[in-house]
Design a protein around this ligand. Sequence first.
Ligand SMILES: Nc1ncnc2c1ncn2[C@@H]1O[C@H](COP(=O)(O)OP(=O)(O)O)[C@@H](O)[C@H]1O
Ligand SMILES: [Mg+2]
Length: 205
Amino acid sequence: MLDELMAGLSTDEADEIVELVRKLRSTGVSLCVIEHVMRIIATLTDRVIVLEWGKKLAEGPYAEVSQNPAVIKSLPGGGCRLMLSIKNLDAYYGKLHVLWDISLQIGNESVGIFGPNGAGKTTLISCIVGLVKPSGGDIQFEGKSLLTSETHLIARAGISVVPQERELFPLMTVAETWRQERLTSSRLGHERKNCWNSFTAYFRY
Ligand SMILES: Nc1ncnc2c1ncn2[C@@H]1O[C@H](COP(=O)(O)OP(=O)(O)O)[C@@H](O)[C@H]1O
Ligand SMILES: [Mg+2]
């Protein structure tokens, strides 16, 4: 019985363990692998049993069980509505290749993207909002490609960005910046009004 062997391991360490377990299995030993790293389950098991809240949810080969809607719904982030889908995204600044074959999906959830300086995080955001035109791949928001859309239409569709430098329009005052209708989509009208009220209340003191 192997209970969450991969917890806290790096990818290299996990790969090493997978090889060791595979060797062990080839000697004829029966294994029960308890794991929540899906890649490991997919690689190491002949048959999968999924538990949720003490009940058996599904049983069968990994390929079949991993497509089971009840199983997908039970996983973290599972069952939430897909909003942003990026496939095989490539982006350059001139000859500098910055994003390489990026694919990711974001649903109705909070997702962190992190990496060292220069890793391409801001470029990824710039591609999503149409400020950098990708050289390959696709970006879809609620099922529609954003690649041919302009930035103000992408904002209106519901994607807004707070840029890393606090210099939206350096020559404008904060109040003037807030008044810019174009910065927020009409869909956010109510929140915008609330923000404006909090903002003016704050500066009264
Ligand atoms: N406007 C630009 N023109 C040319 N190169 C850029 C530009 N913006 C970013 N880069 C380069 O692209 C790479 C990724 O940068 P960036 O997306 O800003 O990374 P991060 O946000 O992860 O720090 C870096 O090598 C950076 O120097
Ligand atoms: Mg950045």
